[in-house]
Design a protein around this ligand. Structure first.
Ligand code: NAD
Length: 534
């Protein structure tokens, strides 16, 4: 087995912070956190590449959450009264500012999450696209709609969209910039205010994004940030807000859902996945191999839509496996703060342990490690080689459990039906990918897969970046959607206003009930027969 290529000296762990990230910036960002009066402990944020200290954030308490919710609630009505066009201008400005300032946030994302710069860039580009999308299309989704009234000409009905109120949202560490900002944009555009609880590992990145929103013109009170440990703050946040948006594991998602259920507030849950990629016998092999390499190892596999299972038609299987394994071994991994590497580090000891556990368990139970399969401590404490397994069976953890790391299992299949069945043989339903030269066939297969998004001839990015189309999970991968109409309407409540003119929807004072019943019966039969009135 050839070993994974390591980049040159450039890739050695950053000895000092890059010039774009100075302690004054980190201190300023930490100063944006909402705090209730009183003493606060600090939480250390360590750089995954080295475990060196990046900075300290406030260790938030439930009292801080209460304070943040109070401020957000006070700000909500005035904010909801601002014109949509005024709100939209803020996000257009944000789009431009972000693209100008991206280098600094790319450094920060890398230093907190440990990912390669190219994967950090995907977060930034997607955020700009979502800002542009909702700035230009929110009005279309939110505008009042005329609805058919009960009786034509007599009842006129409109559907209005009201903001829910204060949104509480919690995001994980794996998309530390994109999720804190893109979840806020539709919520704020719809007239809500929000309280963000970022992951404690990646709060500086989230705060950088929030500070830029303030600079773009967002009133400070409309978006509050509390930093700290999720389980210490989650229930207080859910206890105070009107809607909860959570991204994280399915296990935690169920806890959040129960707490939201207790209060009968809405919840949007974006949870785990075990995403399959299918290579049909008429696929472009080289393109499928390239796509699979990107899809499996983006963010070192710590992306909700990254691929952990590959099914290849038996006629292509040997060639696919050889090229894919070779491509995997050739991936450049390392901690460089530039575009020279193709995969970065895992983010934490916990991720490292899960990845090693899944690989060792598979190895011990008879799977073949075709590429990778080792930690790389000489690159940094949480580096693990991109790893390809074959012969993975249901007895192994890597078969059905989400690894959330750079580990993929490859399997052959003999026909399309088997491929679809195996793709669906999971409790998850987040994302999938289908490769075929026939678009019609690929779309037919895609529609049989129980996943919220399916990419054809692309691993994960086509659905993710199509901001006008909803994205989210089926089965245990979640509830509700991001993006498109659903991604903003979920932050609203519909309100129907109906105006009755002339006749009441009841017997006239002089009309016997019997006569009313006959008249209404006749009227309904008439309406049912006239296409324009139905
Ligand atoms: P996790 O559920 O353990 O933690 C996620 C976040 O929730 C963390 O910030 C954590 O501090 C916080 N948290 C944990 N318990 C909490 C509680 N009781 N109340 C409030 N907050 C709590 O998940 P993780 O393993 O750290 O993150 C990775 C998971 O997130 C993976 O399963 C991945 O697939 C999923 N994810 C999903 C999407 C999506 O869009 N579907 C996107 C990114 C990540």
């Amino acid at each position: 087995m050839t070993s994974t290529r390591v980049t040159s000296d450039k890739a050695s762990p950053p000895a000092a912070l890059p010039s774009r990230i100075d302690p004054a910036l980190l201190e300023r960002l930490a100063g944006l956190v909402t705090l209730a009066p009183g003493e606060h402990d600090a939480l250390e944020v360590r750089i995954p590449f080295t475990q060196g200290l990046l900075g300290r954030i406030p260790h938030g308490t439930p009292a801080d959450v209460d304070e943040a919710v109070r401020r957000a609630r006070e700000a909500q009505r005035p904010w909801a009264r601002t014109k949509l066009s005024e709100r939209a201008r803020i996000f257009v400005r944000y789009h431009d500012l972000l693209l100008e300032r991206r280098e600094q946030v790319l450094d920060l994302i890398q230093l907190e999450a440990g990912k390669a710069r190219r994967h950090a860039l995907e977060e930034v580009l997607d955020t700009a696209m979502v800002a542009r999308y909702y700035a230009h299309h929110a009005e279309r989704h939110l505008r009042p709609r005329r609805r058919r009234g009960a009786l034509p000409g007599v009842t006129r009905a409109w559907e209005f969209r009201q903001p829910v109120g204060v949104i509480g949202y919690m995001v994980p560490w794996n998309y530390p910039f994109n999720l804190p900002i893109t979840d806020a944009i539709p919520a704020l555009m719809a007239g809500n205010t929000a309280v963000l609880k970022p992951d404690h590992q990646t709060s500086f990145t989230a705060l950088w994004g929030v500070e830029l929103l303030y600079e773009a013109g967002l009133p400070r009170e409309t978006l509050q940030v509390v930093t700290g440990i999720g389980p210490e703050l989650g229930s207080t946040l859910i206890g105070g807000v009107d809607f909860v948006m959570f991204t994280g594991s399915t296990r935690t998602g169920k806890v959040i859902a129960r707490q939201a259920g207790e209060r009968l507030i809405g919840a949007s849950l974006e949870l785990g996945g075990k995403n399959p990629l299918l290579v049909l016998e008429d696929a472009d092999l080289d393109a499928a191999v390239d796509g699979a390499l990107r899809g499996c190892f983006v963010g070192a596999g710590q992306v909700c839509v990254s691929i952990e299972r590959i099914y290849v038609h038996e006629s292509l299987y040997p060639r696919f496996l050889e090229r894919f394994a070779e491509g995997t071994r050739r991936l450049r991994i390392g901690p460089a703060l530039d575009y020279s590497v193709e995969m970065g580090s895992l983010t934490s000891r916990r991720q490292m342990d899960t990845v090693a556990e899944h690989v060792e368990d598979a190895r011990a139970k008879g799977a073949t490690v075709v590429a990778g399969g080792r930690p790389r401590p000489e690159l940094g404490p949480f580096f693990y080689e991109p790893t390809v397994l074959t012969g993975v069976t249901p007895a192994m953890k890597a078969y059905a459990d989400e690894t959330f790391g750079p580990v993929v299992s490859v399997y052959p299949f003999c026909d399309e039906r088997e491929a679809v069945e195996r793709a669906n043989d999971t409790r998850y339903g987040l994302s999938a990918s289908v490769w075929s030269r026939s678009t019609r066939r690929a779309v037919r297969v895609a529609r049989q897969i129980r996943a919220g998004s399916v990419n054809v001839n692309e691993a994960y990015a086509a659905t993710w970046a199509s901001a006008d189309a909803p994205i989210g999970g089926m089965k245990e991968s979640g509830l509700s959607r991001r993006h498109g109409a659903e991604g903003i309407l979920k932050y609203t409540e519909s309100q129907t206003v109906a105006v009755q003119r002339g006749l009441p929807l009841a017997p006239l004072p002089w009309m016997p009930e019997e006569r009313y019943a006959q008249t209404m019966g006749g009227l309904l039969k008439l309406i049912r027969r006239v296409p324009g009135l139905r």
